[in-house]
Design a binder for this molecule. Structure first.
Ligand code: ADP
Ligand code: ZN
Ligand code: ZN
Length: 814
């Protein structure tokens, strides 16, 4: 008798044993997928982790269905890494398996398939079986895989479905199909034959009788003094000639047109050659990184904003791919990958592949296979956190840009892993090196770098010796007192915006809250509309005329009268991006403004489109939430305004000061990235607050030391590791009892601090009440042991009948 140990893509605590025939035993290897029956009549794609001859004692092993692969598509290292993730982050191997594989590789009986709307398929070319599926889908817009089985009168339908997916005939679930192509902007420059100023006279002579063309040419020379690319649009605006006139000049061979992808605006005089020379500071920093990586596996690049970290990453990547190694480049945000891919491709040609969850299934499977085959096309993989699950063969280098970003931590669903930390572990399995980059490293990372666990390379000057922005604090308590506020704008901020706009420079305004205002209040009775399902007030969204819950999406029309007392005197408290945008329209009616927050970037690629328009200077003032802070490079922003620094600071989270510092420094870093020094205005009620003072002085060290001290005293990372248990139930009393039980038993079983059960600041979401328990593990404690004990307690918790319905979510290193 032969058996296979199989991980199912489900939240089950263990693997399952299936029986295999002798023939199957010969074909099967670890890391291959099989279709297996599970439960009454479900079929799943499972992963073989072990082949053995031990018959299970508790249940009768069922035979596997079909073998889906000819060779392993999950490597030994992946298997080990995934099991590490499951045990470290206290989730099931099945959770990791499901989170790691593109869903096209995880077909199951419940998967829905449908015809692709743009499928241009020739029925003649289809096999009989494919034709049956195709015709059925013409009748009925979608089918479950389980419905395909009786249709074809066979169980083994996964391969047929896979093939039809590969041929772009069908797709599964809601997939994002098309990719974003950055806007191409048309620019012009003087033809190579004319070498700038010296030929001006001769050219003007030639154009003597063409008055309009002459004007265009003069306009061109004026703009050219700025030494920036000249968009056709801009030239028409400044010189007052039409696009046709410029076209005429192109036809005469005086101008030439070119396009720049908006993710790569560079400077007029370099033509084609994009290999930038590193500055002295960059070169010596790069040398430091290289030598640090000779001694340590991980190195932190702590480089101020606009120091040109990307360029240094590129050089390091070059070194590793020359040696035939694979490189993984992780970014905190999918939208940022679009910005970078173009640059990478320009540099490394077609050795670059992109991988993230918004890509279509086919593209993801393709990249999966390329990485598995160690193909040249996938030597460099860029992606958001899920890219670390790819089947690397020869990983040599991992780069994690903006390593401090909290988006690297997956919150929901399991596996709740931290991509930075999981990538460091992955790299160690491959004996690969890791470079973490940030202008504002996380406390944990900087602690590791200064305590000698990681190497450290620092660069404190911006590229081109551009000065760090000058930061001005505005005490808004004083401004209100002296009546110097217009809406939420101080006279100081207004003055600086005017100054920037008058010289055609762009402005970014940061407000870490969306909507119009987070609270609506009745002036007569004090009633504040609340979400009926959650324990929060409803946020007013003025454009939509709605009150919305930011936790569950519940919304109602903005009431005219108070629901409680009927009074029409309703007022708003606090403000969000919408309100700022509206105030801007009154203050600067001639400026073009736009807003960037979750509400305006929900549509497909709307984030990229906004960034493109801003880079193209179609927007003068951009108002946004923290989305603005993430590593974007704008070359014409000379002013950044932080509307209110205080609400970030007082957020109930032990990382609030660290995060506020990072946020403010990062947003400030968007200002003055090229040419001249930028300006930052921070409006606050607490100008003397330590964190704000540290931002003003760009004093990362100061922030680090202060926060580290607090973390030590109050037992937080990096000194203690945290595990948070979140309990949820619709019955308040039952939850309270269950939470107390769990807390007590954990406290009795663990000899380390257990805190709680606490009511979080939002203690009910979607009608489920919430309680949290926190476990603090000292660094020196054996982690695995503690986690095992917690798991044991959780297992007994689940066996207690009245508590069984209480959901428990475990979040390690949250
Ligand atoms: P960071 O990631 O450190 O904030 P970036 O990598 O975005 O900085 O670089 C800031 C700006 O400086 C970018 O516009 C980039 O093109 C430019 N830059 C960086 N290094 C060089 C270089 N060696 N030569 C020319 N331009 C550079
Ligand atoms: Zn009222
Ligand atoms: Zn709600």
């Amino acid at each position: 008798m032969f058996f296979a140990e199989i991980i199912l893509p489900l939240n089950l605590p263990r693997t399952f044993t299936y029986s295999v025939t002798a023939e199957e035993r010969n074909l099967l290897q670890r890391g291959m997928r099989v279709a297996v029956p599970f439960g009454k009549n479900k079929i799943y794609t499972g992963l073989v982790t072990e082949l053995h001859d031990r018959e299970p004692s508790l249940y009768e092993a069922r035979p596997i269905g079909q073998i889906l692969d000819e060779k392993p598509i999950v490597t030994e290292i992946q298997l080990a890494h995934w099991l590490w993730i499951a045990s470290y982050y206290m989730c099931s191997p099945g959770d990791v398996f499901r989170g790691a594989m593109p869903s096209a590789l995880l077909l199951e009986s419940e998967t829905m398939i449908s015809l692709k709307p743009d499928a241009n398929c020739d029925p003649e070319q289809l096999s009989d079986q494919e034709l049956l599926v195709y015709s059925a889908l013409l009748q009925q817009s979608s089918l479950r895989v389980s419905e395909v089985m009786p249709l074809l009168n066979r169980k083994n339908v996964f391969p047929i479905i896979r093939k039809m997916m590969e041929n772009n005939i069908i797709s599964i679930r809601e997939e994002v199909q098309d990719m974003y192509t950055p806007k191409l902007v048309k620019y012009i420059r003087l033809h190579r034959d004319y070498d700038a100023a010296s030929d001006l006279q001769a050219l003007l002579e030639v154009l003597k009788s063409a008055k309009k063309q002459k004007e265009a040419l003069l306009g061109y020379f004026q703009l050219n003094a700025e030494k920036k690319p000249i968009a056709v649009k801009r030239l028409t605006e400044t010189s007052g000639v039409t696009a046709a006139v410029i076209k005429g000049l192109v036809e005469k061979g005086i101008f030439e047109e070119y396009h720049i992808r908006e993710d790569r605006v560079d400077f007029g005089d370099d033509r084609g050659d994009d290999r930038l020379l590193l500055s002295k500071a960059q070169q010596s920093t790069l040398d430091n990184i290289v030598s640090a990586l000779e001694k340590k596996d991980v190195c932190l690049l702590h480089g101020v904003t606009a120091s040109g970290k990307t360029e240094m990453y590129f050089r390091l990547i070059e070194k590793y791919i020359k040696e035939g190694q694979q490189v993984l480049y992780l970014l905190p945000e999918i939208a940022l990958t679009t910005q970078l891919v173009g640059r990478l491709q320009k540099h490394f040609g077609n050795r670059v592949s992109v991988f993230h969850s918004k890509y279509s299934n086919n593209e993801r499977v393709e990249t999966w296979n390329r990485v598995l085959d160690n193909a040249e096309k996938a030597q460099i993989v860029i992606g958001a956190r899920s890219a670390l699950f790819l089947p690397f063969r020869q990983l040599g280098l991992v780069i994690i840009d903006e390593e401090h970003e909290q988006t690297f931590k997956q919150q929901d669903p399991a596996p709740r892993y931290h991509a930075r930390d999981a990538a460091i572990v992955l790299a160690s399995y491959h004996q690969a090196k890791v470079l973490l980059g940030s202008a504002t490293p996380s406390l944990e990372t900087y602690y590791n770098a200064t305590s000698g666990k990681y190497g450290l390379a620092e660069i404190t000057e911006r590229f081109g010796n551009v000065l760090m922005p000058e930061i001005e604090l505005v005490d808004i308590k004083d401004k209100y007192f002296r009546k110097r506020m217009t809406g939420h704008f101080s006279d100081t901020l207004i003055g600086h915006i005017e100054a920037a706009l008058s010289v055609n420079e762009q402005v970014i305004l940061f407000q870490n809250r969306r909507g119009y205002s987070p609270v609506v209040e009745c002036l007569t009775c004090g009633h504040v509309p609340q979400c009926p399902q959650c324990d929060v007030s409803l946020t007013y969204h003025k454009f939509k005329g709605q009150l919305r819950c930011h936790y569950c999406g519940h919304h109602i029309a903005m009431p005219v009268n108070c629901h409680q007392c009927g009074s029409p005197d309703l007022t708003t408290k606090g403000f969000g991006t919408e309100q700022i945008e509206q105030e801007l329209a009154l203050l600067f009616p001639n400026a073009k403004t736009a807003r960037m927050d979750q509400d305006t970037t929900r549509g497909k690629y709307s984030f990229e489109k906004l960034i493109d328009s801003f880079k193209n200077r179609e927007i003068d003032i951009l108002v946004g939430t923290q989305m603005l802070a993430k590593g974007l490079d704008f070359d014409n922003v000379s002013l950044v305004g932080i509307m209110n620094a205080d609400n970030m600071l007082y957020y109930p989270d032990f990382r609030a000061f660290e995060r506020s510092f990072q946020m403010m420094v990062q947003v400030s870093g968007r200002s003055g990235r090229s040419h001249k020094q930028g300006k930052v205005v921070i409006q606050t009620f607490n100008p003397m607050h330590n964190t704000i003072q540290q931002v003003t002085r760009n004093d990362y060290e100061g922030m680090f030391k202060e926060q580290l001290y607090e973390r030590h005293i109050y037992k937080y990372p990096p000194y203690f590791r945290l595990i948070r248990l979140t309990l949820k139930h619709r019955d308040f009393e039952k939850l309270r009892e269950g939470a107390s039980w769990l807390y007590e038993v954990l406290r009795q079983n663990l000899d380390i601090p257990v805190l709680g059960p606490e009511e979080p600041s939002v203690s009910r979401i979607r009608n489920e009440y919430i309680r949290t328990i926190m476990v603090k593990m000292p660094q020196e404690k054996a982690l695995g042991q503690t986690k095992k004990r917690i798991r044991k307690v959780l297992n007994s918790f689940e066996t207690i009948a009245p508590y069984r319905a209480i959901k428990v979510i475990v979040n390690v290193d949250f």
